[in-house]
Design a protein around this ligand. Structure first.
Ligand SMILES: Nc1ncnc2c1ncn2[C@@H]1O[C@H](COP(=O)(O)OP(=O)(O)OP(=O)(O)O)[C@@H](O)[C@H]1O
Ligand SMILES: [Mg+2]
Length: 261
C-alpha cells in the first residue's frame, strides 16, 4: 500500500529535559509501515527518549510525532503502540496473569478477550508455571518476558522493544526473535533498540544510528557497510557514533577529552 501513512514520522523532534540536557536535537525520522527497524547508538544517545516521545510518556520540547498519521498523544495512536520498556516496571502487587489481563483492560479489550490473550502470551513466553505468582517473585529474565508479553497483549501495530534481550537467556532470545519475526511477517512494524549489533544486523531491514540526539546515518545494514567501507555493522558503529568520541578523548583532543578521567 503505497499510500499508507508511515508507522512513525518524527519531524524536528527536540527534547530538552528540565535539567537542561538536550536529549534529542531536531531529529527527523520516518519509519514505513511494516518495517523491522533498528535504532542504534551509544548510551545516552537519545534512543529511550525518542521511544518515550513516540509512546507519549514524555512531553516533547519541539517537533511532531505521528504514529500511523495520528499525533502520538491521541487515543488512536496510543492504542496501536505496544512498548516493552528498557526499565522493567511491573506492579509488584499483581500476578503475572493479572498484569496481562489488566493491561488488556486499559487498552479496551473485553475481559474474555483479555483472558484468552493473556493465556496465549503466558504460553508464548513460557510463564505458565508462574501465572499466579506476584511479579516480585519472578527471576530477572522472567520479568523481562512478562514485560514483552504485556507489550504485545493488545496486538499493537507498532511494537517498540527497548533493549528487549538484556538479561534474557539464550533459548528465550531465540524464541523471542522467532515470535517477533512472525509478528513482523504478519505486517506488524517493529522498532528495536539493542546493543547487540549482530542481532540488529541479522534482524533489521533498516537501521538508524543516532548519537548526541541526532540522526547520524540511516540505511540497510548492507548499505551502511558499503557507505562506510566496513566489514561489519560494529565497524560502522565505531566509525559513526562510537570511535570519534573515544579516539579524540584518548588523544587528548576534542570535546570529550575534558570529560574522560
Ligand atoms: N528524566 C531525565 N532527566 C534528565 N536527563 C535525562 C532524563 N532521561 C534521560 N536523560 C538524559 O538524556 C540523554 C539521553 O538519554 P536516553 O535514555 O534517551 O539514552 P539512550 O540512548 O536510551 O541510552 P542507553 O543506551 O543507555 O539506554 C542522556 O544524556 C540522559 O542522561
Ligand atoms: Mg535507553
Amino acid at each position: 500500500m503505497p499510500d499508507a501513512p508511515p508507522a512513525l514520522e518524527l519531524r524536528g523532534l527536540t527534547k530538552r529535559y528540565d535539567d537542561g540536557t538536550l536529549a534529542l536535537d531536531n531529529l527527523d525520522l520516518s519509519v514505513p509501515s511494516g518495517r523491522f527497524f533498528g535504532l542504534l547508538g551509544p548510551n545516552g544517545a537519545g534512543k529511550t527518549t525518542l521511544i518515550s516521545a513516540v509512546s507519549n510518556l514524555i512531553r516533547v520540547t519541539a517537533g511532531e510525532v505521528l504514529v500511523f498519521g495520528e499525533p502520538a498523544d491521541t487515543l488512536s495512536a496510543r492504542r496501536v503502540v505496544g512498548l516493552a520498556e528498557q526499565d522493567v516496571n511491573l506492579d509488584r502487587f499483581l500476578t503475572v496473569e493479572e498484569t496481562l489481563v489488566y493491561h488488556g483492560g486499559y487498552f479496551g479489550m473485553s475481559r474474555a478477550d483479555a483472558r484468552a490473550r493473556a493465556a496465549e502470551m503466558i504460553d508464548v513466553f513460557d510463564l505458565r508455571a508462574k501465572a499466579r505468582v506476584r511479579t516480585p517473585m519472578l527471576s530477572g529474565g522472567m520479568r523481562r518476558r512478562l514485560l514483552l508479553a504485556r507489550a504485545l497483549m493488545h496486538r499493537p501495530r507498532l511494537v517498540i522493544l527497548d533493549e528487549p534481550t538484556a538479561g534474557v537467556d539464550v533459548e528465550l532470545r531465540h524464541e523471542l526473535w522467532r515470535y517477533i519475526r512472525r509478528l513482523h511477517s504478519e505486517g506488524t512494524t517493529i522498532l528495536l533498540t539493542t546493543h547487540y549489533l549482530e542481532e540488529a544486523e541479522e534482524l533489521c531491514e533498516e537501521i538508524a544510528l543516532i548519537g548526541g540526539g541526532q540522526l547520524v546515518a540511516r540505511d540497510t545494514a548492507a548499505g551502511l557497510r558499503e557507505r562506510y567501507g566496513a566489514e561489519s555493522l560494529i565497524e560502522v558503529y565505531i566509525k559513526t557514533v562510537g570511535a570519534g568520541r573515544l579516539a579524540s578523548a584518548a588523544n587528548g583532543s576534542g570535546p570529550a577529552a575534558q570529560r574522560v578521567v
